[in-house]
Design a protein around this ligand. Sequence first.
Ligand SMILES: O=P(O)(O)OC[C@H]1O[C@H](OP(=O)(O)OP(=O)(O)O)[C@H](O)[C@@H]1O
Ligand SMILES: NC(=O)CC[C@H](N)C(=O)O
Ligand SMILES: [Mg+2]
Length: 489
Amino acid sequence: MCGIIGIVATQDVAAQLYDGLTVLQHRGQDAAGIATADGTHLRVHKGNGLVRDVFDAGSMRQLEGRVGIAHCRYPTAGSEGLDEAQPFYVNSPYGIALAHNGNLINTDALRREVFEQDRRNVNTESDSEVLLNVFAHELDLQKALTPEAVFRALEGVNRRAKGGYAVVTAVLGLGLVAFRDPHGIRPLVLGKRSTAGGDEYAVASESVALDILGFERLRDVAPGEALVVTARGELFTRQCAPPQQHAPCIFEFVYFARPDSMMDEVSVHKARMRMGVKLGEKILRLRPDHDIDVVIPIPDTSRDAALEIANVLGVKYREGFIKNRYVGRTFIMPGQGQRAQSVKRKLNPIPLEFRNRVVLLVDDSIVRGTTSRQIVQMAREAGARKVYLASAAPPVRHPNIYGIDMPSADELIAHGRSEEEIQQLLGCDWLLYQDLADLEEAVSGPKQLIAHFDSSCFNGEYVTGIEPGYFERIRQLRSDEAKKSRRVS
Ligand SMILES: O=P(O)(O)OC[C@H]1O[C@H](OP(=O)(O)OP(=O)(O)O)[C@H](O)[C@@H]1O
Ligand SMILES: NC(=O)CC[C@H](N)C(=O)O
Ligand SMILES: [Mg+2]
């Protein structure tokens, strides 16, 4: 789930893109990059690692320009290597740099089309580079470089590309172009800042990036909508795909996004609190005479939900695990070995919060079970009398194909297993999952702001439709086993 941001300002934007990336870091830890356009040159700097490791004073100095885009990467296609770090660049037409959050599901077919019909070669395994070439070709077919021409080109892109995509591009001689897939699976938000020199605009995966840069959040980019901000700061917007069901990814609200972000008009923090309320109510329904002494979150993401569960149950909330702030998110690490090792380095219990107590551990989600398996064990070793585990999301039983790297169903602990079997595998005394209807209600909230979601990893329903054989192909390409063998060879 990568993070993207694009800015058009009245002064150089690289430093602001850098700051924006640092608050989107939780969306991708493998690589980062910035591209800027200064009228005659597009400059790109990218590398593997965290934002703070990729850039130094020298690389920042050469990123001149008042139009720019940036990306932090969590791979869902290709390798974790530098070749596939973003932004990508093509020199024709005009010079275009592109950064993409999401995942295309017709990459193979598009790559062939791009090569055979559009006569463009894509040298990496990245779906995003294929997407850039489709955009470049469609723009090449237009006879001018105007917002109108870009919108026509994007109608072509939306006809050809299938999957989840929120995209920012810098087009030399024009400015910033941003667009969101016709179902709005991936998030994208627009902000504005007025200065003495004129209006400035930014688009980003999450509103937190706008907040810290002092942009006012105007609105979300609509599904299928595109916008152009010229280098002079003029904003043009247009719907570039026929209307489709809006289906934002529910996992953004469960895990990916920062709680201080607003997404599709919903506060992620409030959505997570409502998840906690629903789960607390479910506990009271199933076990009105429960014996829970204390509710303990598995930090970070589960905190909002855990606090509300404790409130509903009327029991204590305690921070029983201390998180090492220098270890990143484990779920978005590329290999299972790395993920498993990091849980121990990341979380350590405070035994006095566990000793002789019946503890309810809360996590936002249980995906591969890497975290919860170890945490349940740690809670027992710290002296808990009984260990219960509640997940603010339902069992994850199906692959995600729109930008979260869960390509292989058999790596998911809940795939093909009953809740009793999962409980046994995790080693807890009671395992409780949120119901999907409750989760969807929790996110859409009392105002029912979102009618449909991409909840595919919970219910196996894929809003774009799926080609036969697709799952087997991505399993072969992207399972942990496949990735490991690629790393060795
Ligand atoms: O079942 P698993 O495969 O372990 O995946 C689920 C876990 O991974 C995530 O935590 P992560 O450490 O990535 O981030 P966080 O600190 O934001 O909770 C998520 O919050 C769960 O704790
Ligand atoms: N998580 C994402 O958004 C990934 C973007 C793109 N598919 C890549 O692998 O680089
Ligand atoms: Mg976690």
